[in-house]
Design a binder for this molecule. Structure first.
Ligand code: DGL
Length: 270
């Protein structure tokens, strides 16, 4: 059991922000990643569709005999919040670790959450933060243009399109009481430099992919499920559309050659 892989899924590239951190903190673990690039974005879809997609993604990962599944997706974690209950393996979304990190980080008690439309409409982060500390004031902002930007490789903070889209969503929080901002969609850390520059250095950014990876390490330790492997873990990548775009952006982000590393699968079969 311990040497089985960790399964991670997202609608596309976003979950790689969790994978990058998992590779850092759990280098000996095997990882199976599924990015639903054929059906991205999830964040503008209905609840029923998101629940259906998430169940298919999890079934695909279960076929790879994983020991744990991570929905490295703020949208799935917010909308398909019961997914874990139907799974035969340990499950984590991104909400709990991210909300906890935010509640701990804020000094002013005023925070903001950036997320997809589905995530923001669910108020999932706000509710969870306030269940940890009801005195924290939580602003919410949906940023529907961020995922298409990232999926199309627009992440450079000096790109005029990136800057103007980022400004449009976050400038309201600059020079305000907000001292902590949650990047509540796992795609957003790919825009971290641009978001950080737009907000200024007094605002702390909480990366949901990173917090989830750190939380996963803790969970696996507690459950005595860490791999015994001494060599570097094997990572497999699957996508539901042509791998080319995924491989080039993933390669840049993970800092490794991803050419011919992703395999296309038919997710509708699951
Ligand atoms: N990366 C995902 C999230 O964390 C999904 C974004 C999308 O597909 O809209 O919400």
């Amino acid at each position: 059991m311990k040497n089985k892989a960790i399964g991670v899924f997202d609608s596309g590239l976003g979950g790689l922000t969790a994978v990058k951190e998992l590779i850092k903190c759990l280098p000996n673990e095997n990882i199976v990643y599924f990015g639903d690039t054929g059906r991205v974005p999830y964040g503008t879809r209905s609840k029923e569709t998101i629940i259906k997609y998430a169940a298919q993604d999890a079934r695909f990962l279960l076929e790879h005999n994983v020991k744990m599944i991570i929905a490295a997706c703020g949208t799935v974690s917010s909308v398909a919040s019961n997914l874990g209950e139907s799974l035969p393996v340990m499950f984590s979304g991104v909400l709990t670790p991210t909300a906890q990190a935010c509640a701990q980080a804020t000094k002013t008690g005023v925070v903001a959450v950036l997320g997809t439309s589905a995530t923001i409409n669910s108020h999932s982060y706000k509710n969870l933060i306030n269940s940890i500390n009801p005195d924290i004031k939580v602003f919410e902002q949906s940023c529907p243009l961020f995922v298409p930007l990232v999926e199309n490789g627009f992440t450079d903070k000096d790109d005029i399109i990136v800057r103007s889209v980022v400004d449009r969503y976050v400038s309201q929080f600059k020079n305000s009481d907000v001292d902590t901002v949650i990047l509540g969609c796992t795609h957003y850390p790919l825009l971290k430099a641009a978001i950080g520059e737009a907000l200024g250095d007094k605002v702390r950014l909480i990366d949901s992919g990173k917090e989830t990876a750190l939380y996963t390490k803790k969970l696996l330790m507690e459950q005595n499920l860490l791999s015994h492997r001494e060599e570097e873990g094997v990572r497999e990548f699957y996508v539901s559309d042509t791998p080319h775009n995924f491989e080039s952006i993933a390669g840049l982000f993970l800092g490794r050659d991803m050419k011919s590393k992703a395999v296309r699968i038919d997710i509708e079969k699951y």
